[in-house]
Ligand binder design. Structure first.
Ligand code: ADP
Ligand code: ASP
Ligand code: MG
Length: 402
C-alpha cells in the first residue's frame, strides 16, 4: 500500500467518456489498497476558452479577475470526476485550492506555491476517501484566488506530493511518456524509459510542454519520483529521477522548440565600455529575463547588440528601450516575434565533443539559417526563423536519433 498522487491533464478529462476512463484508473489504484490524491486540470480547451471569453468583454482585464475566471475550469473537473466516482460507489471528495490552503505569493497568473496545509487532505485520506484537488490554483495572503501559470497543474500535483510525502507522483497525459521530441510533430521520436531531473528541467524550460518546468524543479528539490504516462493506454511511461540506471545512459535526451521568444536588435550603439551594462541594467530593473545575447564586432565607432526575451515580456522590454533611447544611445531598434528557439539537451554533452557541430550540420543540410547560438553544459540552442522551426527540430532530431 502506498500514497499515490495522480494528475490528469485537460485532454485526459475532456469529455464524459474520458472522465469515466480516468475514473477507472483512479478506482483501480484505490482498489489495490493505496491512498489516492488526484489533481485535475480543466477539461480540454476550457482554459483557452475562458481567456477568449474574457477578451470579448475586456481586452485588458486585471490579473486578479483573470485568475478568478481561469481557476473555474479546474473546479468543474473535480466536481464531475467526484460525481463519476460517487456513481461507482466509491468514497470521494473534491477540494479547491482554497480548501486545502494552497498558499501562494501574489504574482497573479504566475503565482508560486509557498505552503500547503495538509490537515484537510490527511483527514479525508484518514476516512479512506479518494481526494480530488483542483490543479493550477491557490490562494494568496489577501484570500484572493491565484493561478500558477499555464500548465501549472503539474506543479500543484508535485507540491501536494511533497507536502504529503507521497511515494510517487504520476502525471497522466495524452502521450505515453516523455519522448526525444514532441511525438505529435516528430513521428520518429523515441519514448524514454527514464530521464534525469536536470535534463527534464532543461527540456521543459526550452519549450517541451509535457511537464511544467516548476514541477520538475520542485520534484528535484524534494526528490519526488515522477512518472509521466498515458491515460489512454495502460503501460509504463517515463520515470523522472535524479540519476539514470547505467543501462540507459545516452548522450542526448531530446530536442525542444520554443516559439514564445522575441528578438530585439539595437543597431548602432556606441562601441565603448558600459553600453551593455546600460542596456541590461534597465531591463533587469523591470525584472525582464534576458536569454540569448549577441554582440556584433564593432565597425568604426558603433556596433549592434541583439538579445531575446520571452514573448510575455515583449511589451515591457520595448517600452524600456524606447523610453531610454537617449541615455542608452542607439540608432535603431528592431523587434521581431517571428523567431523560435530550438534546443538539444543531454547530460552526455559534457563529456562528448561535436554536439554543436552536429546541430549545425543538421541545420545546414536542411538549408536553415541560424540567427543566434547559445550553449550551456547540457544544452545547445539556436534561434531560427519561426517558419523554419519545425523543420529545424526534425533536422536536428534526425541527426541524433534516426
Ligand atoms: P496535459 O493537458 O496532459 O497537461 P500537455 O498538452 O500539457 O498535456 O502536454 C502533453 C503534450 O506535450 C503532448 O501532447 C505533446 O504534444 C507535447 N510534448 C512536447 N514535447 C514533448 C516531449 N518531448 N515528449 C512528450 N510530449 C511532448
Ligand atoms: N488548465 C491550466 C492550463 O490550461 C492548467 C493545466 O492544464 O495544467 O494551463
Ligand atoms: Mg500540461
Amino acid at each position: 500500500m502506498a500514497l499515490i498522487v495522480q494528475k490528469f491533464g485537460g485532454s485526459s478529462v475532456a469529455d464524459a467518456e474520458r472522465v469515466r476512463r480516468v475514473a477507472g484508473i483512479i478506482a483501480d489504484t484505490y482498489a489495490e489498497g493505496n491512498d489516492v490524491i488526484v489533481v485535475l486540470s480543466a477539461q480540454g480547451d476550457t482554459t483557452d476558452d475562458l481567456i477568449e471569453k474574457a477578451k470579448e468583454i475586456n481586452p485588458n482585464p486585471s490579473k486578479r479577475e483573470m485568475d478568478m475566471l481561469m481557476s473555474t475550469g479546474e473546479q468543474i473537473s473535480i466536481a464531475l470526476m467526484a460525481m463519476c466516482l460517487e456513481k461507482m460507489g466509491l468514497p470521494v471528495i473534491s477540494l479547491t485550492g482554497w480548501q486545502i490552503e494552497m498558499k501562494t505569493n501574489s504574482d497573479y497568473s504566475n503565482a508560486r506555491i509557498k505552503k500547503i496545509s495538509t490537515e484537510r487532505i490527511r483527514n479525508e485520506i484518514g476516512k479512506r476517501r479518494i481526494v480530488l484537488v483542483a490543479g493550477f490554483q491557490g490562494v494568496n495572503k489577501y484570500d484572493d484566488i491565484t493561478t500558477l501559470g499555464r500548465g501549472g497543474s503539474d506543479t500543484s500535483a508535485v507540491a501536494i506530493a511533497v507536502a504529503m510525502n507521497a511515494d510517487v507522483c504520476q502525471i497522466y497525459t495524452d502521450v505515453e511518456g516523455i519522448y526525444t521530441a514532441d511525438p505529435r510533430k516528430i513521428p520518429g521520436a523515441l519514448k524514454l524509459n527514464e530521464i534525469t531531473y536536470d535534463e527534464m528541467l532543461e527540456l521543459a524550460s526550452m519549450g517541451a510542454q509535457v511537464l511544467h518546468n516548476r514541477s520538475v524543479e520542485l520534484a528535484k528539490k524534494y526528490g519526488v519520483e515522477m512518472e509521466v504516462l498515458s491515460s489512454f493506454v495502460r503501460k509504463p511511461g517515463t520515470r523522472v529521477r535524479e540519476v539514470m540506471s547505467s543501462v540507459e545512459q545516452r548522450f542526448i535526451s531530446g530536442v525542444a522548440k520554443d516559439t514564445n521568444v522575441v528578438s530585439f536588435a539595437l543597431m548602432g550603439v556606441k562601441d565603448e565600455p558600459g553600453v551593455a551594462f546600460k542596456i541590461f541594467r534597465r531591463l533587469a530593473m523591470e525584472k525582464i529575463n534576458i536569454d540569448i545575447i549577441l554582440q556584433s564586432v564593432g565597425r568604426g565607432h558603433t556596433q549592434d547588440i541583439s538579445f531575446t526575451v520571452a514573448s510575455s515580456d515583449r511589451e515591457k522590454a520595448e517600452q524600456v528601450l524606447v523610453a531610454n533611447k537617449a541615455s542608452i544611445g542607439y540608432e535603431k531598434l528592431n523587434v521581431t516575434e517571428e523567431v523560435a528557439k530550438v534546443s538539444v539537451v543531454g547530460a552526455g554533452m559534457m563529456s562528448n565533443h561535436g554536439v554543436a557541430a552536429a546541430v549545425f550540420e543538421g541545420l545546414y543540410n536542411a538549408k536553415i539559417n541560424i540567427i543566434m547560438i547559445s550553449t550551456s553544459e547540457i544544452k545547445v540552442s539556436v534561434l531560427v526563423n519561426e517558419a523554419d522551426a519545425d523543420r529545424a527540430v526534425a533536422a536536428i532530431h534526425a541527426k541524433f536519433f534516426e
